[in-house]
Design a protein around this ligand. Sequence first.
Ligand SMILES: *Cc1c(COP(=O)(O)O)cnc(C)c1O
Length: 497
Amino acid sequence: MKYISTRGNYDKVDASEAIRLGMVPTGGLFVPEEIPTLSRETINSMQNSSYQEIVEKILDEFLTDYTEQELQEAVAKAYNCDNFSVEEITSLYKLDDNSHVLELWHGPTAAFKDLALQVMPYLLSQAIEKEETDKDILILVATSGDTGKAALEGFKNVDGIEIIVFYPEEGVSQVQKRQMVTTTGDNTAVVAVAGNFDDCQSSVKEIFGDQNFKEVIADKGYQLSSANSINWGRLVPQIIYYFAAYAELLNQKEIKPGEEINITVPTGNFGNILASYYAYRMGLPVNKFICASNDNKVLTDFFKTGVYDKNRDFKKTVSPSMDILISSNLERFLFEVTGHDAQKVTNWYQQLKEEGKFEVDEETKDRINEIFVGEYATEDETKETIQAVYQEHNYVIDPHTAVGVNVYNKYFNNYNDKTTTVIDATANPYKFGTTVLSAINDSVITDEMTEFDILEELNEETGVEIHSGLEGLANQEIKHELKCKVDGIRDIIQQVL
Ligand SMILES: *Cc1c(COP(=O)(O)O)cnc(C)c1O
């Protein structure tokens, strides 16, 4: 299996090279030349497979230049009971007759990103071995929250890799900061940058284009790589849990073999929902994809009008991991849905760069609307949904998941579609405890409470166990105290190496 560029501007590469490069050096994203398909029997028989067996099956289809032994090793190290708090890795919670919440937050950092970032470091480290260089890898991450900790946990103690995470000093929550600065591992560093997230991200991005600095790093024995969500190595592991969820619905007799399901995903960069679309193209029976957004509803507007327009105010919401105006992975979807029309994709993304918007043609729009629906939830609706789900089902959901549930309810009320639906729960409620507790019972929150007190209080209020990755954070040893100014990032990197 070879990988090609969505813009038709690069030679075909193996999976390992696509993973090592992250994105296409000349612009564009790597996608599989052809999507492998699985037979109905294979898909139905997954009800007798473990999560790990499904992982191996899917990775084997896409990562054909990896040996079976390499994949087995990566899977064993990533998806085990040390890293995930339930044996089945992901789990389903039945909300009502038609809808099931897919809990994707059992990993070490309490967000769905763990499902990819626990395994991707091994795939990257094996990719480097195939390349046979003598250089170690340096991973640089700029984070506004969830990705930093998930990357640190995934990469810590992986041979041949050093990871440095930069976060805006005033731009992350207390819990998120504490999660990062308590990370163990002898190859990790965490740096607070005096500036906002954009400053932090632009400075890190700049380094990737700085030839001189790359040579400085090379002298120290390192080459740069990134772990961001457009890397194919992060996307492919996300395809797996849609098959696992389907298998579990079969097991629970909620659906019959071959029956179609709907999939609802709270969406930001379009990675998670794109993974479900790849599962569908591989043969998973899907009726509709429901793309849920918050107030930054660029995607909702796109699915309704065919116009993608990022020229609008950026809104800070209670579902911050979805506060995104450019959903990078949409490019892959457009490439697939136009039957690999690299010329169209190139034109659209040129327009996006120059004018901040583009419009797809009628034919493409019709094709998209056959299977995709977009809706959004306002801030008030998101909080009301957290409260309503708690009151009606005694079940606690985080704000991102609440966006998904709210949008699914709107879809159901509009179309009365009784198809069994999976709604992704992308974070554990304790990860966003303040919003969750204030939605459930605002009266117990006082001004003196820290975010850590609020987690305890949410536990008192609901009786739901605190996620193990967030438990006792306030008392854990702080391991990282590095700080720098925006223009001091290069110096800090040299210091760390
Ligand atoms: C990253 C993230 C999302 C958005 O996922 P995409 O793949 O970028 O669409 C949603 N919810 C949470 C909690 C996240 O961390």
